[in-house]
Design a protein around this ligand. Structure first.
Ligand SMILES: [Zn+2]
Length: 309
């Protein structure tokens, strides 16, 4: 591995970040893991647009600086949490791209099923809960998401994305910010059109064929509505995320059918004790003694209750 070449790449990505407007003044930081316990890191209080290779410092996996003239970035701990959880990741990019950060400030979930590239490269994008930047508590806000995605939005702050090298780590941020910008423009025009379930499943199949993992392609989420942001939805409450600007995409029939199926089976389970009690009183099949109309009412009420959950 050529550490000098990697430092040159880090400087180049710094220039891209700065020129794209993703890192105002001295914002943003880039790291590359070059060994078990060795991580290259951009310096603090230094514009990412004008980095030289000698500005890049080195730290260990605890965050202690081990080489370099300039002081390492104060947000490096965030990067280290990712390396600790993901052996496959070699580079992390953190910055404040304006359009993605606008979603972070609005706490608006990133809609799915709108652009093919986004579905294939990004998938569902989580938004963390807010913490004051720099410390351990801040670094830990990303932990619930690190293994299920390669790009995370930090509430009222910015983004962090990661990959097998520094260019790939940067790409996800660029794709995300371009997407957020397009969403805002389309909304101003007055309409956002969503993929049908068939169109979305075709993209997810392509993604699988290319060998890219996506939780939506796993058994766990097989019966979920693919466009409903189901992967990270459970975190919304804690991070104050809520659909306000972009309405939910139309529900997908397959997911609805499986929801109804599930509701019916759960409802039958709810009614079973009543039937059992009847059976124990000597009624065959547990049905005798219950008026048929009464039974239909009971099942309907149970199904409605399950669907409302
Ligand atoms: Zn930051």
């Amino acid at each position: 591995m050529n550490a000098h070449k990697i430092k040159q790449d880090m400087c180049e990505m710094g220039r891209r970040l700065y020129n794209k407007g993703f890192a105002a003044a001295n914002d943003g930081n880039i790291t590359v893991r070059i060994g078990e316990n060795e991580v290259l890191c951009t310096p603090t209080m230094h514009s990412k647009g004008f980095l030289k290779t000698e500005d890049i410092c080195t730290m260990d996996m605890s965050g202690k600086q081990t080489a370099g003239i300039k002081k390492r970035s104060s947000e490096a701990l965030l990067h280290l949490e990712i390396y600790k959880k993901r052996d496959d990741i070699k580079s992390v990019v953190h910055c404040h791209p304006p359009h993605a950060t606008a979603f972070a400030v609005a706490r608006e979930p990133i809609p799915q099923c709108v652009l093919p590239e986004v579905e294939v490269f990004l998938g569902d994008v989580p938004i963390t809960r807010y913490e004051t930047p720099g410390g351990k508590a801040f670094a830990e806000t990303i932990l619930p998401f690190v293994e299920k995605t390669n790009v995370i939005i930090l509430a009222n702050h910015g983004t962090v994305s990661y990959g097998v090298d520094v260019e790939q780590a940067y790409w996800w941020t660029e794709i995300l910010d371009a997407y957020c910008r397009i969403l805002m423009l389309a909304r101003q025009l007055g309409n956002v059109s969503y993929f049908s379930e068939k169109e979305e499943r075709e993209l997810l199949t392509l993604k699988q064929q290319w060998g890219w993992s996506d939780p939506r392609n796993t058994e766990e989420y097989k019966n979920c509505d693919v466009c409903a942001n189901d992967i990270f939805r459970n975190s919304w409450k804690e991070s104050g995320v809520q659909r306000r600007a972009f309405p939910a995409p139309p529900p997908m029939p397959a997911a609805n059918a499986s929801k109804i199926e599930q509701a019916v089976s759960q409802s039958m389970a709810g009614i079973a004790p009543v039937l059992k009690a009847n059976a124990s009183q000597g009624a065959p099949n547990g049905l005798a003694g219950i008026d048929q109309e009464e039974l239909v009412k009971m099942i309907t009420a149970q199904v409605m209750k399950q669907l409302a959950q």
